[in-house]
Design a protein around this ligand. Sequence first.
Ligand SMILES: *[C@@H]1O[C@H](CO)[C@@H](O)[C@H](O)[C@H]1NC(C)=O
Ligand SMILES: *[C@@H]1O[C@H](CO)[C@@H](O)[C@H](O)[C@H]1NC(C)=O
Ligand SMILES: *[C@@H]1O[C@H](CO)[C@@H](O)[C@H](O)[C@H]1NC(C)=O
Ligand SMILES: *[C@@H]1O[C@H](CO)[C@@H](O)[C@H](O)[C@H]1NC(C)=O
Ligand SMILES: *[C@@H]1O[C@H](CO)[C@@H](O)[C@H](O)[C@H]1NC(C)=O
Ligand SMILES: *[C@@H]1O[C@H](CO)[C@@H](O)[C@H](O)[C@H]1NC(C)=O
Ligand SMILES: *[C@@H]1O[C@H](CO)[C@@H](O)[C@H](O)[C@H]1NC(C)=O
Ligand SMILES: *[C@@H]1O[C@H](CO)[C@@H](O)[C@H](O)[C@H]1NC(C)=O
Length: 323
Amino acid sequence: MSCVRQLKSLVSLTLIISLLPTGLAASTTQKISLPGCPDKCGNITIPYPFGTRPGCYRDDGFDGFQITCDESITTPKAFVGSNSSNIEMIDINITSGETRVYKHIGYRYYDTEDHVIDTNNMVMDTMDSPYLFSYRRNKFTVIGCHTLAYIAGEGDRPYQSGCASFCEFQNSTTGSSFFLTQTAASSCNGLGCCQTAIPAGLNYYKVKCGYDNKSYWWFNPCNYAVLVEEDSFKFQVQDLMEQYFLNRTQTHVPFVLDWAIRTKGTCQDGVENSTNRACLSYHSFCRNTSNGEGYLCQCSQGYQGNPYLFGGCCWSYVLEVNI
Ligand SMILES: *[C@@H]1O[C@H](CO)[C@@H](O)[C@H](O)[C@H]1NC(C)=O
Ligand SMILES: *[C@@H]1O[C@H](CO)[C@@H](O)[C@H](O)[C@H]1NC(C)=O
Ligand SMILES: *[C@@H]1O[C@H](CO)[C@@H](O)[C@H](O)[C@H]1NC(C)=O
Ligand SMILES: *[C@@H]1O[C@H](CO)[C@@H](O)[C@H](O)[C@H]1NC(C)=O
Ligand SMILES: *[C@@H]1O[C@H](CO)[C@@H](O)[C@H](O)[C@H]1NC(C)=O
Ligand SMILES: *[C@@H]1O[C@H](CO)[C@@H](O)[C@H](O)[C@H]1NC(C)=O
Ligand SMILES: *[C@@H]1O[C@H](CO)[C@@H](O)[C@H](O)[C@H]1NC(C)=O
Ligand SMILES: *[C@@H]1O[C@H](CO)[C@@H](O)[C@H](O)[C@H]1NC(C)=O
């Protein structure tokens, strides 16, 4: 079985069909999930190996290819895993092996005497799942004045990094001090906001805060620290004001996870012959993931679709013939 996917055509249908190799039927219906399985949760497309019902997702003994679809709300929301993990999905990319989710922003609030009165969401954990934090797309981001925050891994990935953020700086010529302005804060550069990269292979982090002092700058009683999709985050100087950042982000930011088939090692480890092999479609091949151990399946050149399904990779053609 094979299928054909038309991407773009400027010619008539009869001509398209006459151009197809013999034996192929033109079809624009493309399978993305297993037969009988929902391929959507709200407006989020759910491609196999992901699925929302038992029998609809790949079972690697991991929680993660399963998706919980909360249909009790007007626009249903998808969550990672079998239980309400509280990690809401934005989208899944079958080609890049990336899933974008919302991460709740970690914060600390202080009272007037510099006592921590509330701490929340300072930990992120995707252990026992096919997910690792994308080191290419995320940055550990800290917002605050006179703030030093560390990000720490754990277990077999002991790791610690961090950055410091200040809100006043000195003019080296005149020696006078300046507070942060919007111009100076146009990017996350250490003034009011700092960012640092994370290494590959992380599936757990927690945030630790170093020195802070609420009285240091009156309008920044809280500190925020979060791993965030770098491309989607733009620092504004008002983010330093109490509640503003949480208001404008609705307390969460996009965050990118790298998923892969992680049970049978790399492409080299007999993957093609194993009983639970993942790359099922003709015209597909296996490639190692660049984050951690495991592999992804990909349709061969000239084909598009879902390589994790039988007949999932479809011949795709582009006709740009003007007649
Ligand atoms: C789904 O709908 C939400 C809210 O309407 C929107 O913000 C989001 O971009 C949509 N996602 C997709 C994948 O279309
Ligand atoms: C889901 O939650 C139930 C009850 O809280 C628990 O017994 C079960 O182990 C959880 N399953 C997973 C896969 O975390
Ligand atoms: C998925 O990822 C691929 C490869 O990075 C990219 O070319 C493509 O535009 C992405 N698809 C979507 C819908 O974002
Ligand atoms: C420092 O002050 C001098 C003299 O007022 C000014 O020309 C210069 O632009 C200032 N530098 C910065 C980085 O603000
Ligand atoms: C915070 O800074 C103020 C002014 O510099 C100082 O008096 C106070 O002791 C500091 N508090 C802490 C907890 O370090
Ligand atoms: C945050 O939003 C609430 C309700 O929408 C509003 O009352 C409050 O003024 C906002 N705070 C800031 C700092 O924007
Ligand atoms: C898969 O099986 C075939 C036939 O049994 C064998 O020729 C081939 O070498 C095997 N490939 C791998 C990667 O083990
Ligand atoms: C996948 O990774 C393994 C182990 O690092 C390596 O031996 C193998 O050549 C890689 N395979 C491909 C297709 O890149």
